[in-house]
Design a protein around this ligand. Structure first.
Ligand SMILES: [Fe+2]
Length: 146
């Protein structure tokens, strides 16, 4: 299904790890802002700017999660879920990089295409992959600190 409706944040997205949840809220806001900006017209400059900012924040966010995975030995304690989780992060980054290469060659994407890919990936990843990590960390005695 192609949909570029904004993501409405709700508590089912919570992983229980404040640092991760705060970063997810930033990502949701970033996608919703991109959606609004692209509504007034898609240009290569705008797509390049949006995907560059998104990719840099996404990489920072993936590093936060992967740092916690290492710290709490997620791989050993989760039947190799860390490997699968990291592969999802890499897959996302690679898709955005590929899209950016296309932009450089003059291949634009529509707002619908971009937002449906980004929104579906993020929501699906939070609900099915990040929440598992959150449960694991809390079970292992993670305490909120910042
Ligand atoms: Fe993740």
């Amino acid at each position: 299904m192609i949909s570029h409706e904004p993501i409405i944040w709700n508590d089912t997205f919570l992983t229980g790890i404040d640092r991760i949840d705060d970063q997810h809220k930033v990502l949701v806001n970033t996608l919703n802002e991109a959606n609004t900006r692209l509504a007034s017209g898609v240009t290569r400059d705008l797509l390049e700017q949006i995907t560059r900012d998104l990719l840099s924040y996404a990489i920072y966010h993936f590093e936060t999660e992967e740092g916690l995975m290492r710290e709490y030995d997620y791989e050993a304690g989760s039947d190799a879920a860390e490997t699968r989780h990291r592969a999802e992060h890499r897959g996302f980054s690679q898709q955005v990089v590929k899209l950016r290469e296309g932009l450089r060659d003059g291949r634009l994407v529509t707002r619908e295409y971009l937002l449906s890919f980004l929104n579906q990936w993020l929501v699906n990843h939070i609900l099915h992959t990040d929440k598992k990590l959150g449960e694991f960390l809390l079970k292992r005695g993670f305490t909120q600190q910042n």
